[in-house]
Design a protein around this ligand. Structure first.
Ligand SMILES: [Zn+2]
Length: 422
């Protein structure tokens, strides 16, 4: 999706000179507590004259470099993306969700008009929504972040918020509109159609390995993870069942007679010939979240069928091997759909409408989920929600003229979703 919409992959340096990092005041203020610095180098670990930051995100290295590629409006838009890891020195790390080093893609784009840059921010959010919902089967709320939660240096931030099975929310992707803030700090300008110098409008956006955490926590159960078929490295695992060499040879011949059909149908599959008991193999592949398992024994070979077990419902079905490729294709599509519907139902069952801060406080004492309420926009009110409701934060903000602010009771300007979040 990123490439098809005209973005190119670029690669920018990992280490950022301190002076570059310090240029956009709000940005550096937001990131300062999490930046890791290289202060020494060489065999004698000599002190560097100027420390280098390990990128926490790349706006501050891209700005000074990209300006060399932008002279005229004909050079715009510049649509870049890079796949890389970044470092944020988190004091409390958490696997996949908040790790000191994480892998992501970061897109950075530069435009000749505010309208075009804002459209870009919305376009990318739509792609991210599609990745979350159509591929990872995680339904998401989308909307703006409140000013307190906006990316440092951005005019506004759009976000995706998913609900995990422990009923905590998880931010799974963001897309930021910078207006001319970064262009001003790094002097990224172009000559417009009237031949006047004008500052660029820029955006940045990213999704990370946090989505792996989202996948684990949105679908997993006590037996392990459940991987949506569309992204499963192994969609179908075949477990041969036999007692002796003769039995093994028979089952092997049988599997070889139809396994090419799976390949032809584009199904990613593996036959598990490891020297383990079948029961251990079942547990192993359930833990890994493989959507469909086929148990194949000598009697199945005689009957020309296999036993199919679904990771989501654990239901068993006999499937004839004739036409097995097409059948499993359909089963995988159904699995993907059911997994998304289950997550949608979970989100619906855990979404509430409340009117006052008192109700919100009482609600989050008992349970989690998303709560919709109205807000006047005052940051003091936002801070009160967080303090009084034990860490509950505004997840998304939509414009709205109806309703009263849940905190102060004045006419509301926004409809907001609230949740406890990772
Ligand atoms: Zn208020």
């Amino acid at each position: 999706m990123i490439k098809e919409s005209g973005h190119e992959n670029w690669a920018f340096p990992l280490l950022i000179p301190r002076e570059y990092l310090m240029k956009e005041a709000e940005h550096i203020e937001g990131f300062a507590p999490e930046v890791a610095w290289v202060t020494r180098a060489g065999g004698n670990m000599e002190e560097l004259e100027e420390p280098l930051a390990v990128r926490p995100t790349s706006e501050t290295i891209i700005g000074p470099l990209i300006k060399r590629y932008i002279q005229s409006h004909r050079d715009l838009p510049k649509l870049t993306n890079q796949w890389n890891s970044v470092v944020r020195w988190e004091m409390r790390s958490r696997l996949f969700l908040r790790s000191r080093e994480f892998w992501w893609q970061e897109g950075h784009t530069f435009h000749a008009s505010a309208r075009e840059a804002m459209d870009e921010v919305a376009l990318i959010l739509g792609y991210y929504r599609s990745i979350a919902e159509d591929w990872l089967a995680i339904p998401v709320l989308t909307g703006k972040k409140s000013p307190a939660e906006t990316f440092p240096g951005a005019v506004y931030t759009l976000t995706l918020e998913g609900l995990m099975r422990d009923s905590l929310a998880l931010q799974t992707g963001t897309s930021h509109y910078f207006g001319q803030n970064f262009a001003r700090a790094y002097d990224i300008s172009f000559s417009n159609r009237e031949n006047e110098r004008e500052l660029c409008y820029s955006t940045s956006w990213g999704i990370s390995t946090r989505l792996v955490g989202a996948l684990v926590m949105a679908h997993g159960d006590d037996s392990g993870i459940i991987v949506p078929p569309k992204v499963a490295p192994i969609q179908v695992v075949v477990v041969p069942i036999f007692r002796d060499d003769e039995g093994r040879a028979k089952v092997e011949r049988f599997i070889e007679s139809w396994a090419p059909e799976l390949k032809a149908a584009g199904i990613r599959h593996r036959v598990d010939w490891r020297d383990e008991r079948p029961g251990d193999k079942y547990a192993h592949w359930e833990l890994k979240g493989v959507p469909l398992r086929l148990n194949v024994g000598g009697r199945d070979a005689d009957a020309g069928q296999v036993e199919m077990v679904d990771r989501l419902t654990r239901q068993k079905a006999s499937v004839p091997v004739s036409g097995i490729g097409a059948r499993l294709r359909t089963e995988l599509d159904t699995f993907q759909k059911k997994l998304f519907e289950r997550a949608q139902k979970f989100q619906r069952d855990n979404t509430f409408e409340l009117e006052t801060l008192g109700e919100v406080v009482a609600h989050f004492r008992e349970r989690g989920g998303f709560v919709w309420a109205h807000w006047c926009g005052e940051s003091d009110d936002e801070a009160r929600i967080k303090t009084e409701a034990g860490g509950v934060t505004i997840r998304t903000v939509d414009e709205s003229t109806s309703g009263k602010c849940l905190v102060c009771g004045k006419p509301a300007k926004y409809r907001v979703s609230l949740a406890k979040a990772y």
